[in-house]
Design a protein around this ligand. Structure first.
Ligand SMILES: Cc1cc2nc3c(=O)[nH]c(=O)nc-3n(C[C@H](O)[C@H](O)[C@H](O)COP(=O)(O)OP(=O)(O)OC[C@H]3O[C@@H](n4cnc5c(N)ncnc54)[C@H](O)[C@@H]3O)c2cc1C
Length: 382
C-alpha cells in the first residue's frame, strides 16, 4: 500500500536527501562505527544542505516545513544504518525546546548556528542514580545573584563529546514538594568553566553514537540561560518527550524494513539441503509474519505522524507506538539474525549490528515499561 502521509513535496525532499546520504554519509558509516564517533564536517554539511531543521522557522534559517520532513531524515538515516549520526537528538528533540520555550534572545543566539550545524545540541536528563524517575534528579542549579551555579553528574548523554550546548535538567528548588515542581531547564554551553566532559561510554551497539558522562562543578551560567520559567522544567519535558518517542517509533520501523529487506535477499541466496533456505516453510512463515507486523506498525506510525502534525494530543498513541515498534524491532532483528545462521553472528554481516543496535530502542526516551505505565494511566488504571 502506498503511504499517504507524505505529499509530493515531501517525496522530492526524500529523493534529494537519499542522494545526499548515498554520497556523503553511507561511505562514512563503517569508519564512524570503528572510531566510535561521527565527524563535525558531516554535521556541517547536513546543516548547509538544510537537513538539520527542515521544519524549523524560516526566520532562523530553517526550512519552515512540518515534522514529516524530520521523519524523512530519520527514516533515510535508519535505512543506511547511520544511527551514529542521530540527527534527531539535535534537530527533533533539542531544537523544539528552544523554539517553544526559548526567549527571543536565546532563539536568535542559538537556533541559526544549530540549524547550520555549527552548534550541536544535547539534552541532559539522566543521572547515574536516576533515569526513569526523572523527578528525582539530583543536579542542582542554585541561584546566586545573576547566575545559576550548577553541580551534579549526568550520564548516557548523546552527543556528550561533540555537543556544544546542552539543555540541563536541574533542581532550582531542591526542597520543592512535589519534587518535580523544583525542576527547571538551564542552557549550558560546553565552553563554560565547570562544565566537564567525562568518559565516552563503551556500548553494546550504536557504536558511532557518542554517549557520554558529563558533570557540572560549580558551573556558573547567567540567569538568562534559564529556558522557560523556574519550576516548569518537568512540564516542558513531559510535553516534548512525546515527539522524542515518535522519533524512536519512526526509526524502529525504518530499521525493521532494512533488516527485513536484507534478510529476504539473504535467504534467497543461501542454500541448505539442496535448496535456498527461502524454500523452507519455517523461513517463509517467519518472514511472512514479520512483514505483516512491519506493515501494521508502519500504518500505526503513519497515522500517529499525521495526528502529531495536526497538533492532536498523542500522549497515549506515542507511548503505544514507542513500545510496540521497538519491541517488534528487537524480535525482528533476533529472528532475522537466526535466519542468517552463523553468518548472522559475524560482525561483517549488518544483521548482527542491527540486533545489537535494536536493544537500546526499548530503553531510551522512556523505557517500554514506563510507556506501559503511561498507557495504563490513560486507560484510567492506577
Ligand atoms: C545509547 C543511549 C543514549 C541515551 N541518550 C540520552 C540522552 O541524550 N539524554 C539523557 O538524558 N538520557 C539519555 N539516555 C538515558 C536513557 O534515557 C535512560 O537510560 C532511560 O530513561 C532509563 O533510565 P535508567 O537507565 O536509569 O534505568 P532505570 O530507571 O534504572 O530502570 C531500570 C529498569 O527498571 C524499570 N523501571 C523503572 N521504573 C519503573 C516503573 N515505574 N515501573 C516498571 N518498571 C520500571 C525500567 O523500565 C528498566 O527496565 C540514553 C541511554 C542510552 C543507553
Amino acid at each position: 500500500m502506498r503511504r499517504d502521509v507524505f505529499t509530493p513535496e515531501h517525496e522530492m525532499f526524500r529523493a534529494q536527501f537519499r542522494r545526499f546520504v548515498a554520497r556523503e554519509i553511507e561511505p562514512k558509516v563503517a569508519q564512524w562505527n570503528r572510531e566510535h564517533t561521527t565527524d563535525r564536517e558531516t554535521w556541517r554539511r547536513m546543516g548547509e544542505e538544510g537537513y538539520l531543521g527542515p521544519c524549523m522557522p524560516e526566520e532562523y534559517g530553517g526550512g519552515g516545513g512540518d515534522f514529516l520532513y524530520d521523519a524523512i531524515v530519520m527514516e533515510e538515516l535508519a535505512w543506511q544504518r547511520a544511527h551514529g549520526l542521530m540527527a534527531a537528538v539535535h534537530t527533533s528533540i533539542c531544537m523544539p525546546y528552544l523554539v517553544s520555550y526559548g526567549s527571543a534572545e536565546q532563539k536568535a543566539r542559538w537556533l541559526p548556528p544549530a540549524i547550520r550545524g555549527d552548534v550541536l545540541l544535547g539534552i541532559c536528563m539522566t543521572e547515574p542514580g536516576t533515569g526513569s524517575d526523572l523527578a528525582n534528579v539530583q543536579t542542582r542549579a542554585i541561584r546566586d545573584g545573576d547566575h545559576y551555579v550548577l553541580n551534579g553528574a549526568k550520564t548516557f548523554i548523546s552527543l556528550g563529546q561533540l555537543g556544544d550546548l546542552f539543555i540541563v535538567v536541574a533542581k532550582t528548588d531542591p526542597a520543592a514538594n512535589p519534587p518535580h515542581a523544583g525542576i527547571s531547564l538551564v542552557l549550558v554551553a560546553a565552553d563554560t568553566p565547570g562544565f566537564v566532559r567525562g568518559r565516552k561510554l563503551e556500548k553494546l551497539g550504536l557504536h558511532a553514537q557518542d554517549t557520554s558522562e558529563l558533570s557540572f562543578q560549580d558551573c556558573r551560567v547567567p540567569v538568562t540561560n534559564l529556558l522557560g520559567r523556574e519550576g516548569q522544567g518537568f512540564k516542558m519535558l513531559m510535553e516534548k518527550l512525546q515527539q522524542e518517542r515518535i522519533c524512536i517509533a519512526v526509526t524502529a520501523i525504518a530499521s525493521c524494513r532494512r533488516a527485513l529487506a536484507d534478510t529476504l535477499d539473504y535467504v534467497k541466496q543461501r542454500h541448505a539441503f539442496g535448496q535456498p533456505i527461502a524454500a523452507f516453510q519455517n523461513t517463509q512463515f517467519k518472514l511472512a509474519e514479520l512483514a505483516t507486523q512491519v506493515e501494521i506498525g508502519q500504518a500505526f506510525v503513519d497515522r500517529l505522524l499525521a495526528a502529531h502534525v495536526r497538533g492532536e494530543d498523542v500522549v497515549l498513541e506515542a507511548s503505544m507506538a514507542k513500545w510496540w515498534t521497538t519491541d517488534l524491532q528487537r524480535r525482528l532483528t533476533g529472528e532475522c539474525l537466526q535466519l542468517h545462521g552463523g553468518y548472522g553472528f559475524m560482525l561483517e554481516y549488518p544483521i548482527s549490528m542491527d540486533y545489537a543496535d535494536a536493544a537500546v530502542q526499548s530503553i531510551y526516551a522512556g523505557t517500554n515499561e514506563i510507556m506501559k505505565v503511561i498507557i495504563a494511566r490513560r486507560l484510567g488504571l492506577g
